[in-house]
Write a protein that binds this ligand. Structure first.
Ligand SMILES: [Zn+2]
Length: 285
């Protein structure tokens, strides 16, 4: 039976009854050694990441757009970076996972990953406060929709090692949006405040949420100020893409990229966010 026919059955089964096909050792080595922020992980961390990737590859469907053929190497390159943020997280219910693959419930709202060969051009339409409709074209390296597929530009994904020193990573960006969107109600929008694990930084739930919001707001305001100063007075632009200044959800996604691919610089540039992100992304080390 074709895998596409088996898949609904596989995903219906509880994950503990499914065994994911193992990843070829040569392929794993080739992909992970090409990503410096993955190659730097310890052996037990790499083992766990490999388990997550095996389940991710079993559960997700890759589609190449415009005739792009998705090879095993491409799919694993995406899976590795998509699963990296989950490595030390609690599961989506806030519990310490009994099995590593339970962490994939964070990404349980979608199956499809659409890979574009280059940047995608999206037609957008917004209605402003005066009721005027504006249509514009936007060039995208990636996109994540709530309960919908993730879109990635292979051109951007394939430059992961080259972009890591700048703190950039498109796969982590889009999957950080997915984490932010998890558990949102219909009509809600991601806001850079994902659901926090119980006991986050030793705080009660409401205090933790409040602490997250205030710390993020302050860092976001500081970043926007630095971008504005650089634009107006030609000062040194802040580290990280000024796209982070467009929305709190983008600030969370852009800073998450840096947290995973350039942790030391992240700690220097965004010191207030380090304990925050450690508390969220490393709640079950
Ligand atoms: Zn984004």
């Amino acid at each position: 039976m074709a895998l596409s026919l088996l898949r609904p059955l596989l995903t219906w089964l509880p994950r503990r009854w499914r065994s994911a096909p193992p990843i070829d050792p040569g392929l794993w080595h080739g992909v992970t050694s090409a990503l410096p922020f993955v190659a730097a992980l310890s052996a037990p961390e790499q083992d766990r990441l490999r388990t997550l990737c095996a389940h991710f590859l079993q559960e997700k469907e890759f589609h190449g757009a415009h005739g792009l053929v998705i090879t095993d190497r491409m799919a694993l390159t995406i899976a590795t970076q998509a699963c990296l943020p989950l490595l030390h997280m609690r599961d989506a219910s806030g519990a310490v996972p009994k099995e590593d693959a339970q962490r994939l419930d964070w990404y349980g709202d979608f199956v499809g990953i659409v890979v574009q060969p280059g940047a995608a051009v999206a037609q957008r339409e917004v209605t402003d406060g005066m009721g005027v409709v504006h249509r514009y074209r936007e060039v995208l390296a990636g996109e994540a929709m709530d309960r919908g597929p993730v879109m990635l530009s292979w051109d951007e994904v394939s430059r992961a090692a080259e972009l890591a020193p700048q703190g950039k990573n498109v796969v982590i960006h889009e999957f950080a949006h997915k984490l932010d969107m998890h558990g949102m109600g219909q009509g809600q929008h991601p806001d850079g405040a994902p659901s926090l694990p119980p006991g986050f930084l030793g705080m009660a739930t409401d205090a933790a949420r409040q602490h997250w919001r205030l710390t993020m707001q302050e860092a976001y305001a500081g970043f926007k100020e630095a971008v504005a100063m650089a634009e107006r007075f030609g000062g040194e632009p802040p580290w990280l893409d000024d796209y982070a200044a467009t929305h709190p959800a983008e600030f969370f996604a852009v800073t998450s990229e840096a947290y995973f691919v350039q942790r030391e610089r992240f700690a220097q540039e965004l010191p207030t966010l380090l304990p925050l992100y450690d508390g969220f992304f490393r709640a079950a080390p």
